[in-house]
Design a protein around this ligand. Sequence first.
Ligand SMILES: Nc1nc2c(c(=O)[nH]1)N[C@H]1C(S)=C(S)[C@@H](COP(=O)(O)OP(=O)(O)OC[C@H]3O[C@@H](n4cnc5c(N)ncnc54)[C@H](O)[C@@H]3O)O[C@H]1N2
Ligand code: MOO
Length: 424
Amino acid sequence: MTSLASQFSCHDDYDPNALAVDLGRQLILDTLTPITGIEHIPLRDALGRILAEPVISPIDVPAHDNSAMDGYGLRGDDLAGDSETNLSVIGTSFAGHPFDGPVGPGQAVRIMTGAKLPPGVDTVVMQEVVHATDEQVTVPAGQRKGQNVRRAGEDLRGGVAALAAGRLIRPAELGLIASLGIGEVGVRRRLRVAIFSTGDEVISIGTPAREGQIYDSNRYTLFGMLTRLGFDVIDIGVVRDDPASLETTFREAASIADAVITSGGVSVGEADFTRAMMSKLGEVLFWKIAMKPGRPMAFGRIGKDDNGAWLFGLPGNPVAVMVTFYQFARPALLRLAGVAPLPEQPLLQAACITPIRKAPGRTEFLRGVLFVEDGEWKVRLTGAQGSGILSSMTDANCFIVLGPAQGSVAAGDPVAVQILDGIV
Ligand SMILES: Nc1nc2c(c(=O)[nH]1)N[C@H]1C(S)=C(S)[C@@H](COP(=O)(O)OP(=O)(O)OC[C@H]3O[C@@H](n4cnc5c(N)ncnc54)[C@H](O)[C@@H]3O)O[C@H]1N2
Ligand code: MOO
């Protein structure tokens, strides 16, 4: 690997004292190369996985011209234009049971939605607008040749890539692949991510907390965020602030995972052995990011080749873990897992009803509740915003993103909002 330090320090904008959020994110993305390895799996199992090869359509979808309405199929040239058209009904075309014979001038067929157009038919008139008996149909003036017809291949063309490699398979992709008659797909193997927490004060649930001890929440938020991305999570537990245990754990984690995420120990405290151990075992950069929360962060690689893994050393504070995960680790891990570069998630603009004090110079990610009032997007703060206050995340449905140039926000000012949950 090219030296991370040399790569990053030669960047014009690099400031080791406070790296801009966008720059840090980009530097990480530029460093990572996706994992390799393809698994061929049944379609339903592919939900949430990433295509390792394109899906080539073996057929046109739809396979034939068909009706978009229940009504009458006819020849567009028969339409009289400004007056009614009378046609004789010679049969019915059902979806799955087409009317095979040709439809000649002056003739029509009863046709259902999805039914193949018989030869000669190029136009469908919906049944609600006609007068019809079993033998005869009267079509009103004003119908257009070619209307209400779905053309063969208008969704997907045979021989062409319907989905590119690197596409995340969501419900829409499952349906689209199924529409091609394909029951198995080639996906990237699942990304393996090891997590552990550090700190003598941190204990796992199940152990009674003594004075000064706290329950580990970071492994749970990390487990949740990683699992929702479809990754395999290897939970290593809590590691004491002790160099020997840290060294063993880092080595083991790097040998079994593609990426290791730790929380705590990246600041400058006297018990921050994690930081020293990361430096000893790999090429790791310690960043101060110009953001709040989530100022200290480590990124790099520990271990060598197959025994190595990418490292994200997130700060210990529970909200800082979630913010740095969403802003840095999430896009990086998706790239590592093989997702093709994603368009930037669009930020919404909303009127902030809570005034916020802020000095320019860093990006702040405040926890907010986005809502609609009087037809307008509005957002309010969840309450206290300390980086240890995890209830500010549970109450939130969005981050309010105040960029580096932004100063204080007055009530009613527009702010950028990043929505936490989508519907797909
Ligand atoms: N002199 C300075 N002090 C601090 C700085 C600084 O720049 N200079 N930065 C502050 C910021 S910002 C943060 S964030 C923290 C990050 O420090 P560490 O990554 O070393 O984290 P810890 O000190 O280990 O823990 C911070 C905080 O979070 C609690 N914690 C840790 N792990 C967990 C866990 N698994 N579950 C729940 N809570 C956890 C821990 O008890 C501490 O309260 O440093 C500041 N200080
Ligand atoms: O910025 Mo620190 O990361 O929580 O408060």
